[in-house]
Design a protein around this ligand. Structure first.
Ligand code: MIC
Ligand code: SF4
Length: 640
């Protein structure tokens, strides 16, 4: 049977299950990636598994999120990560080397490989033809232990790109258009496989912009074929040996097909506060802008920043705009420095930040109160920037640079001819910010700062759960709502008791206190509960506070897995309308022992005196994980 590209790579890595959408499959993982904000937990969990060394072909630990060292916490975490990497055979990418996804694309990602990363934008590597999936840190720890990764076989959507992008229109507009059409939940349970003659004109970094933001569609991953454009990129990175041609078989079938004519696209912008709130720049109009931020794993490649430099060259940033630029990697920054483009940026008035996530994760550069910030990033959830009432818009580097000059949201087509930027013969290669692990790490001592607290463990299943609905939240509740990002909270990522205090802080600051008082509780969610980040803290902290179940209309993929992995039951309402009949404070009774034995079961609303039905959709393995009180307990049992 002819296979599409995603099926081909899955088939090569399939350990268990059948490639039928919705069925649970297990695949072998070739490469893993962690970043510091999720990595400390992942390596604490790996340690708890008691193995001497990682068992994947390649494991890389990046430091890119928590690089603002306003206290000892982040610096201590970096030392922990460095020592743990040396001990267990992981390559350590030092702070300053760049954003995990950008650096991985440059130096390690390879066509046909499976990559599991503890960050939701891991699919960036799909731009080079890798099957790259984001997951919770615990799942990455388990993969590093050589165990397969379990997922629901996704539907495969073919996205046919044809035509060619017009002047000033860029890869960002392709993915913004898909978000406009499909929304932030349109990709749940799906892999987006790009093809069609339109891909012939998209470079690997452009493809990576598109696969990166597939995460905002909620997709499992996104992937491009590996062709001569891929080979060309790998050659310029000095990695020709990693090339492998990969495309779908002739006549392969897909679960869905989407057609997108690139010629019809125009510069787009996502308006506050969701990445799918997309409209043409032209229609949104010349709103006043206070900050322009360029960078992030979506748009910080060499060509992206060269375009920005060309647009700004010889001009001056508008006096009322603060322009900040964070190059995606040291490779990019070095090349801009060497060819003079960095000087052009500085001369125009840009504030150059280190190569890291920075403002994207609220690590500095919060916009002014009520200010408008235009960003080349991928998420504009309310408050993520660090300023609760800021209005964040997402757009391409071209739109961002043009607007930085005018001080208003600007369609770059007004600027005349677009800059032409070519790819360098060879990208600058200097791997001295990678620390390669010694052959034998057994003697390495792990450095543990006072902020690194022992891991709280999950509770085994209670046969009957009687608990109040401690919080009722709406549709598309993000993991940023559950566990906030930003410079104040991120340093607490290795300290669950401290971080748990801020759970749902932006929605209800009394939540943590009330949860602790209640001892156990349930959360009621709307559609797409837990979209956004892969941070398992959004499951871990509620678990720590006594949350035993989340009942929602639907869940985002990574967060649902994280809940299960921390022993918190994700339950879906059979009748979504029941959401309106359940109130915050209602006491519910769930017969879990009996319920898990069935597909769907009745829950008693003791407060209002009615019953409603929920489904758990758990595989037999997931039921065992829930019974064991989480994946860590379960995997330990398996290893022993
Ligand atoms: C994000 O973009 O939200 C993050 C920060 O990269 C997260 C990971 C995290 O919370 O540490 C993600 O996307 O998974
Ligand atoms: Fe970092 Fe932002 Fe990318 Fe997340 S989305 S990995 S915070 S740059």
């Amino acid at each position: 049977m002819p296979l599409n590209l995603a099926q081909k790579i899955i088939a090569e890595h399939l350990i268990q299950g059948r490639m039928i959408p919705g069925e649970e499959i297990a695949i072998k993982i070739d490469q893993t990636l962690t970043q510091d904000a999720t990595g400390t937990m992942a390596y604490l969990q790996f340690e708890a598994l008691g193995l001497p060394r990682v068992k994947v072909d390649l494991a890389v630990s990046y430091v890119d999120h928590n690089t603002l060292q306003i206290g000892f916490e982040n610096a201590d975490d970096h030392l922990f990560l460095q020592s743990v990497a040396a001990k267990y055979g992981v390559i350590f990418s030092r702070p300053g080397n760049g954003i995990c996804h950008q650096v991985h694309l440059e130096r390690f990602a390879a066509p046909g490989k499976t990559l599991l990363g503890s960050d939701s934008h891991t699919p960036t590597a799909g731009g080079i033809g890798s099957l790259a999936i984001g997951a919770g840190g615990l799942e990455v720890a388990v993969a590093m232990a050589g165990m397969p990764f379990y997922l629901c076989m996704p539907k495969i959507v073919r996205v046919n790109l044809y035509g060619r992008l017009g002047p000033w229109v860029s890869a960002k507009d392709v993915i913004l258009e898909l978000l406009r059409r499909l929304t932030v939940k349109g990709g749940v349970g799906k892999i987006f496989e790009y093809n069609g003659e339109g891909i012939r004109h998209l470079s690997v970094p452009e493809r990576a912009t598109i696969t990166n933001m597939g995460a905002e569609l909620g997709a499992t991953t996104s992937i491009f074929p590996s062709d001569d454009i891929t080979l060309d990129f790998l050659k310029r990175q000095g990695r020709e040996k990693d090339f492998r041609e990969l495309s779908p078989d002739e006549g392969a079938s897909y679960d869905e097909v989407i057609d997108l004519d690139l010629t019809t696209l125009e510069p787009l912008v996502a308006q506050p506060h969701m990445p799918d709130n997309v409209a043409p720049v032209r229609e949104v109009g010349p709103i006043k802008i206070h900050q322009v931020a360029i960078g992030s794993c979506t748009n910080s490649s060499y060509t992206d920043l060269m375009k920005v430099a060309a647009i700004l060259k010889g001009k001056r940033v508008h006096p009322e705009v603060s322009l900040v630029i964070a190059p995606g990697s040291r490779q990019v920054l070095h090349m801009l420095a060497q060819n003079g483009a960095l000087a052009d940026l500085i001369a125009a008035g840009a504030r150059i930040l280190e190569c890291a996530c920075g403002p994207c994760i609220g690590m500095g550069q919060a916009p002014p109160s009520g200010g408008v910030s235009l960003r080349t990033f991928n998420r504009n959830f309310q408050g993520r920037s660090g300023t609760p009432d800021a209005l964040v818009y997402l757009a391409s580097p071209e739109v961002a640079a043009a607007s930085a000059l005018t001080g208003r949201l600007t369609d770059p087509r007004e600027l005349g001819d677009p800059p032409s930027v070519s790819c360098p013969e060879a990208f600058y290669q200097n791997d001295n910010l990678f620390l390669f692990p010694p052959e034998d790490g057994s003697q390495v001592e792990i450095r543990r700062g006072p902020n690194i607290k022992p891991l709280p463990l999950g509770q085994p299943l209670e046969p009957v759960l009687t608990a109040p609905v401690l919080l009722k939240v709406g549709d598309n509740t993000t993991t940023d709502h559950i566990t906030p990002a930003g410079s104040k909270y991120l340093p607490l990522r290795s300290n669950i008791p401290a971080l748990a205090e801020y759970t749902f802080h932006s929605i209800d600051p009394t939540f943590a206190r009330r949860a602790k008082e209640a001892g156990r509780g349930i959360i009621l969610g709307g559609e797409n509960y837990g979209q956004g980040s892969s941070r398992e803290h959004a499951a871990f902290c509620p678990m720590y506070l006594g949350i035993r179940a989340v009942i929602a209309r639907s869940f985002a993929r990574i967060h649902r897995s994280n809940l299960i992995n921390f022993g918190v039951l994700p339950l879906t309402l059979v009748d979504p309308e029941d959401y309106h009949r359940i109130g915050q404070g209602d006491v519910l009774e769930l017969n879990l022992e009996e319920g898990l034995a069935q597909e769907a079961f009745w829950v008693k609303n003791l407060t209002r005196g009615f019953d409603f039905k929920v489904m758990h959709h758990l595989s037999p393995r997931q039921k065992e994980i829930i019974r064991a009180g989480g994946l860590l307990n379960y995997t330990k049992g398996q290893i022993n």
